[in-house]
Design a protein. Structure first.
Length: 99
């Protein structure tokens, strides 16, 4: 077992982002949102051949990891990439792969 002190905050953040990106649907959503200013969840269900409840679970994972953010604009929820955390994730992965 690894002692808690052995794991750095950087490693924890990288693992959290990696876990959130660990599904092809989530990668699709991230790529789509990173190329736009915003996207509505309703638009995503039209593009992806999955149930709304399944998409909601994927969006929740991305939101919990801090990679996307959402605002309720009844009757929809607007999802956007969290630019600050997206840049941080890119930097962490770049550092990991370049080491």
């Amino acid at each position: 077992m690894v002692k808690k002190e052995t794991i750095t905050e950087k490693q924890e953040k990288t693992a959290r982002y990696a876990k959130a990106m660990g599904h092809p649907i989530r990668m699709y959503v991230l790529e789509l949102l990173s190329k736009q200013s915003c996207c509505y969840s309703g638009d995503l269900t039209e593009e992806l051949p999955i149930a709304k409840s399944t998409l909601s679970q994927h969006l929740k994972e991305l939101k919990d990891a801090g990679l996307i953010q959402g605002e309720i604009e009844a009757p929809r929820i607007k999802y956007c990439i969290n630019r600050e955390n997206w840049k941080e994730a890119q930097l962490l992965f770049r550092e990991l792969f370049e080491s």
